[in-house]
Design a protein around this ligand. Structure first.
Ligand code: ASP
Length: 318
């Protein structure tokens, strides 16, 4: 089968680069990293890499992970500041360390040691979005003050409710090459206005990212806390392993989220999955009814944008 790439809608920015690499006989790993890197570098996206909406303190903190379905090798970095391409650092963690995940200062030290270049990640646009919320005092109409932890905590909780549609965003890229290797790559600036140091699902193998050549790959965007609690990406692969079709596996993983009481973000919360089976068939689902994903094979001249299956959240509100 031809090389295949599937991703969240913002993966349109990098999908052709991945296809070009596959078309030239390159690997799924190189293709996935190249695609994600372009999305991280794009200023059109306020949720990944440079231009991401910052945390409560106005700092852009990036998370990324990569998983290779051949041997389940994985690498991840979380809460990294000042390095624009966390997907490359995650790859390095996977390739040369005995670890899977590095976070914060340790991840930055690793990146520095390996010569990754630094950059200012906070764009004027993202700073303005952050400032306008902070200066207006946020939902509680009070100014955020680092020394007032109670208020700080409340602001995070309030923003989860108020800004649930504006503060999320991540990119997912899943690639299958001619060897049948499946690689999943995920990168994000996480939840805007998050508590500093907060990690979402994106750097957590099994939550926002999972690949196993024997069954397929899956990756998530949306409210990361839900995917962590339900191990959503891994659930898709587990349902495939137990014989479900790709569509059924994704639906079941989405329906598992109905069990998650969430007093902070209500049912208007979002969760999205893109997935691929071992043969390179793809699908995607969303709790929203208008979400899309992108898909391209090396036989296609351009990507196709497709509507995701709508699987609304139901059940408990708190
Ligand atoms: N899943 C990401 C996180 O929770 C954000 C997103 O995909 O919207 O950090």
């Amino acid at each position: 089968m031809a090389g295949v790439v599937v991703g969240s809608s913002n993966a349109r920015i990098g999908i052709q680069a991945a296809i070009d690499i596959l078309g030239n006989g390159g690997t799924a790993l190189d293709a996935a990293v190249a695609a994600v890197k372009l999305i991280e570098d794009s200023l059109d996206d306020n949720s990944v890499g440079t231009g991401g909406i910052p945390n409560l303190l106005g700092q852009v903190e990036l998370d990324a992970s990569i998983m290779h379905g051949k041997n389940l090798a994985s690498g991840a970095v979380g809460a990294v500041k000042g390095y624009p391409n966390p997907i490359e650092i995650a790859r390095k963690v996977m390739e040369i360390t005995p670890h899977v995940m590095l976070a914060g200062e340790g991840a930055e030290l690793f990146a520095k040691y390996h010569g990754f270049s630094t950059a200012e990640l906070l764009t004027d646009e993202a700073r303005d979005i952050w400032k306008s919320r902070i200066e207006s005092g946020g939902p509680g109409e009070q100014k955020i003050d680092e020394d007032r932890f109670e208020l700080f905590n409340k602001a995070v909780a309030d923003w989860a409710k108020l800004l649930h549609k504006e503060i999320y965003g991540t990119t997912n890229v899943i690639v299958r090459d001619d060897n049948g290797d499946i690689v999943t790559a995920v990168s994000t600036s996480g939840w805007g206005f998050k508590w500093p140091g907060r990690l979402g699902d994106s750097p957590i193998i099994g939550a926002g990212n999972y690949a196993d050549n024997r069954f397929g790959g899956a990756a998530c965007t949306g409210r990361g806390e839900m995917a962590i609690r339900s191990a959503t990406a891994h659930s898709v692969i587990m349902y495939l392993r137990h014989g479900k079709s790709l569509d059924a596996a994704v639906r079941e993983a989405m329906e598992d989220l109905n069990q998650l009481a969430d007093p902070f973000a209500e049912r208007s919360n979002t969760m999205n999955i893109v997935a691929m089976d071992r043969e390179g068939q793809v699908t995607a689902a969303s709790t929203g009814d208008t979400a899309t994903y992108v898909y391209q094979t090396t036989d296609m001249n351009a990507f196709e944008e497709r509507t995701r299956t709508h699987v609304p959240l139901e059940g408990l509100d708190s």
